[in-house]
Design a protein around this ligand. Structure first.
Ligand SMILES: C[S@@+](CC[C@H](N)C(=O)[O-])C[C@H]1O[C@@H](n2cnc3c(N)ncnc32)[C@H](O)[C@@H]1O
Length: 327
């Protein structure tokens, strides 16, 4: 029996209406339901991926282990042999406009470690994935070093399944400050609308790392900052689409998906994910803004996908996907 924790009355009402053969008011009045579904799976990533249907996911966002011996989940005999197991599934499960973001670094000096360079080399030569961008996550707070330049960045590669990948740049533009805005508005060559929209954030993003005492911390050793994940989720997926993180860790991706109204599939081999995710959700609640959502735990992927399809059916057709494609 699936453990489905509903945190809202809206979704229960939808199910009741469905049972009675009635329509939800959003279908009738054309008001989009903000409800999202989040499947949480304690499972091996590759086993999970094998059970996932073709073309079912809009965005894969992962922060994999790299053999750094950080914990017992971070140790492999041959890194790439292991990584091939999940890298080979990505293209198949992505939709045609789908994107994939893989976090990592190039700075690991020990050959036993895996790194993003190896992952990128493999995807380029052995899979049909296309390379779109390398994003540099730059932070000012980091470790000191004496034998080399202290590291202040991590990388994330953005890959796509086809040339028609989804990309909503407007959703992540950075506003100009008022003085710059005024100055640009006096320049007749510039379009005032573009100035109001803000600027392209570029592929170097300055976002602080989480310190040990950061209020955002939920206890996972390698937790990523919410704002870093949010920018990818907003730009590379759309409301009502499915985002998959099969190395979910603390569930940062799930938290952002609740906030940004995407459905999510969260997978981790460690069941501490449940507790971490609860803490993330308590943080959203303390911000006084919690969109309607439901968590589905201890169930199978088909049940979760059926639930997502049911929820999306309640949305007016034209509200589900403003599917911009980069043509
Ligand atoms: C780097 S952490 C992800 C942290 C996450 N980005 C966050 O913000 O909390 C990698 C995660 O992968 C999980 N993991 C390792 N091997 C796995 C496997 N074979 N299948 C599923 N999860 C795995 C670990 O338990 C760990 O939580």
């Amino acid at each position: 029996m699936a453990n489905k924790s509903h945190f809202n009355s809206g979704h229960m009402a939808i199910n009741q209406l469905k049972k009675n053969g009635a329509l939800h008011s959003s279908t009738i009045t054309g008001i989009a339901s903000p409800h999202t579904v989040h499947g949480v799976f304690i499972q091996d990533a590759v086993d999970f991926l094998k059970a996932l249907p073709n073309s079912s996911v809009q965005l894969i966002l992962i922060d994999p282990p790299y053999n750094l011996d950080l914990d017992n989940w971070d140790s492999f005999h041959n890194y790439l042999d292991w990584a091939k197991g999940w890298l080979d599934q990505i293209c198949r499960v992505l939709s045609d406009s789908g994107n994939c973001v893989i976090f990592g670094g190039f700075q690991y000096q020990d050959l036993k470690k895996g790194d993003l360079l190896e992952v990128l080399h493999y995807t380029r030569h052995e899979t049909a994935l296309r390379f779109v961008n390398l994003v540099i996550w730059y932070y000012k707070n980091g470790m000191s070093a004496h034998r080399f330049f202290a590291n202040r960045h991590e990388e994330a590669v953005w890959l796509s399944k086809t040339k028609k990948y989804y990309f909503d740049l407007d959703s992540v533009r950075v506003p100009f400050d008022e003085a710059t805005k005024e100055m640009y508005k006096k320049d007749k060559r510039l379009n005032p609308e573009s100035i109001d929209k803000g600027k392209n954030p570029t592929n170097v993003w300055e976002i602080g790392r989480l310190n040990g005492n950061s209020t955002e911390r939920v206890g996972h050793l390698t937790q990523k900052p919410v704002e870093l994940i949010r920018r990818f989720v907003k730009a590379l997926s759309f409301e009502g689409s499915i985002v998959l993180d099969f190395f979910a860790g603390s569930g940062t991706t799930g938290r952002v998906c609740i906030e940004e109204r995407r459905h999510s599939l969260l997978v981790d081999s460690d069941n501490k994910l449940y507790g971490y995710l609860d803490k993330h959700i308590r943080q959203i609640k303390s911000n006084l803004f919690l969109p309607e959502y439901s968590l589905m735990k201890d169930t199978n992927i088909d049940t979760v996908l059926e639930e997502i399809a049911l929820v999306n059916q309640q949305l007016p057709q034209n509200s589900i996907v403003k599917d911009y494609r980069n043509e």
